[in-house]
Design a protein around this ligand. Structure first.
Ligand SMILES: Nc1ncnc2c1ncn2[C@@H]1O[C@H](COP(=O)(O)OP(=O)(O)OP(=O)(O)O)[C@@H](O)[C@H]1O
Ligand SMILES: [Mg+2]
Length: 501
């Protein structure tokens, strides 16, 4: 008669055995790659395998990152870009909608381009492209951002004037441009249309007037962010290390989208014309964080980059609070999806429907703490295991200048002794700072807040923090938004207000 013997075994050893017919985590050979050619993300929850990411066996290098505010999307992106730069020397271009990356990029020695605050882009810059192709791209952006597609005659007039402006500056429409030669701006294009209007021979003056009016919104004095000589060398964007294009100072979403579309067009073109040679790793990563207008439109070049990026070793990272804002052609084709905490049923339905994970996994995703994640990878070959697995948390670079907010004052004894309940938040100064800026706190208030925090050795309980904010006459709504952006759940935030009098 045989006996069952109990054996003690380390979980990583256990992970190597194929005990289950459908193991709930990909086998370790899919998770653990050579660290000199892959990026460490975190430890898997079930078998404690160090997960290192590579796109070698994935359908492509593109990544979607989803999660509610404060879940850890930007933190993941920063960690990922930092390691990609160590491992592969990867260049990164961040299209920074809300100015969230600015401080971090500066601190990391990268370049910040501040549109609307000293920097300009001339959307007619050729960066090695034929005028006819650039004109088409500008028309494409106008179709995405304005109603021009509904007015064929205005469209024709605008396209014609764009090409004519290049010709007037000595370019041949379908020839590669001489490098360094001066290019026209939208102002010249508008002038051409106005001239035609003044000549008075054109039979539909209203069409001309409307075409002028539409273009003028991008060339008005003081708002001519795209109609002046560029202050950056666009041709070198994809080979300049870490670059963040800060769009937060532009007046509205239309301007931000215009800039983002233009950057993507330029990068896509670079990717194609340079026909980057095959080598290990990724040449460049483009990050779109909350750029929904750009990520959701199928005519945007983000879709093109997803389709063709793999062969040029060019990766796209799209981060969003709302997965349905990411165009399906992008979302259903990315090789990797990082799901941080998602709480809206509608979004969970969408994720579960597209990635096909279990109800258990769905429950986990809705309960995650900051940095905890479920990861889906689509492999090039069909595999016999579920493609979605959990990691304990995205393990990031060590923070440099940390402030700690303790929550012990609002937790009960049972919660205090429960290891799963989060008891403090640690945040970097630059991160708290940018969140305060985003929440529209003025700089005096921000300085006062840091003074108070420093006086308390950079450690404060959450009620104390809220008291400081209330003392600075910050509204309750603004405080709630701020605490949400720290990744705190509403149930915790409510308590802060119940206890504070
Ligand atoms: N894996 C992690 N480990 C430690 N701290 C983290 C982790 N992820 C996020 N944080 C911290 O949590 C806070 C919120 O993270 P982050 O800014 O990345 O959120 P987000 O998802 O980008 O939010 P938003 O949608 O508002 O931009 C930050 O202070 C960040 O430093
Ligand atoms: Mg973010």
């Amino acid at each position: 008669m045989s006996m069952v013997r109990v054996q003690s075994i380390m979980s990583n050893e256990l992970a190597k055995r194929s005990i289950f017919s459908r193991p709930p985590e990909p086998p370790h050979e899919y998770l653990l790659n050579d660290p000199s050619t892959s990026i460490f993300i975190g430890i898997t929850k079930l078998f404690s395998v160090p997960f290192t990411w590579t796109f070698a066996n994935l359908t492509n290098p593109h990544i979607a990152v989803v999660g509610i505010t404060g879940a850890g999307k930007s933190y993941f992106v920063k960690t990922f870009l930092t390691r990609a730069s160590y491992v592969w020397n990867t260049n990164a271009i961040i299209v920074d909608w809300a100015g969230e990356y600015k401080a971090w990029v500066k601190q990391s020695g990268g370049t910040v381009v501040s549109l609307g605050k000293g920097d300009f882009i001339n959307i007619m810059d050729l960066s090695g492209m034929k005028p006819v192709d650039r004109a088409k791209q500008i028309m494409n952006s106008l179709e995405i951002l304005t109603d021009i597609a509904e007015f064929p005659e205005q469209k024709r007039l605008t396209a014609e004037a764009l090409e004519q402006a290049y010709v007037n500056f000595g370019f041949a429409s379908s020839q590669l441009p001489e490098p360094g030669k001066e290019v026209p701006t939208l102002k010249e294009v508008i002038a051409l249309l106005e001239e035609k209007l003044q000549e008075g021979s054109y039979e539909y003056p209203a069409e001309l007037e409307n075409a002028v009016y539409r273009l003028r919104q991008f060339a008005r004095e003081g708002e001519d962010y795209f109609a002046r000589k560029s202050t950056i060398d666009l041709g070198r964007l994809a080979s300049s290390g870490l670059v963040s294009i800060d769009l937060s100072n532009l007046p509205d979403e239309k301007f931000r989208a215009m800039a983002a579309l233009f950057i993507l067009q330029t990068l896509k073109e670079k990717m194609r014309t340079e026909g980057w040679s095959a080598s290990k790793g990724l040449k460049a990563l483009v990050v779109l964080d909350e750029a929904w207008k750009v990520a959701s439109d199928e005519r945007s070049d983000a879709v093109m980059i997803v389709r063709e990026g793999r062969k040029y070793q060019f990766g796209l990272i799209v981060a969003s609070q709302n997965p349905t804002d990411i165009n399906e052609a992008i979302f259903s084709n990315v090789g990797t999806t990082i799901m941080l905490r998602v709480k809206f049923e509608k979004f969970l339905d969408y994720l579960q429907g597209s990635l096909n994970f279990s109800g258990f996994m769905r429950g986990e995703i809705s309960k995650f703490g900051v940095g905890q994640a479920a990861i889906d990878m689509s492999f090039q070959t069909s595999v016999q295991f579920p493609e979605v697995f959990l990691i304990n948390r995205v393990v990031g670079e060590v923070p440099l200048d940390v402030y700690t907010i303790t929550m012990a004052d609002i937790l009960n004894e049972q919660e205090l002794s429960n290891p799963d309940v989060q008891k403090e938040l640690s945040m970097e100064k630059i991160d708290i700072n940018s969140r305060l800026i985003q929440a529209n706190f003025n700089s005096d208030t921000i300085n006062d807040i840091f003074k108070e925090l420093d006086a308390r050795n950079r450690m404060i309980d959450i009620r104390g923090l809220v008291q400081i904010l209330s003392g600075e006459k910050v509204s309750k709504e603004a405080i709630v938004e701020l605490l949400r952006s720290f990744g705190l759940q509403d149930s915790i935030i409510t308590r802060v207000f119940v206890y504070v009098t």
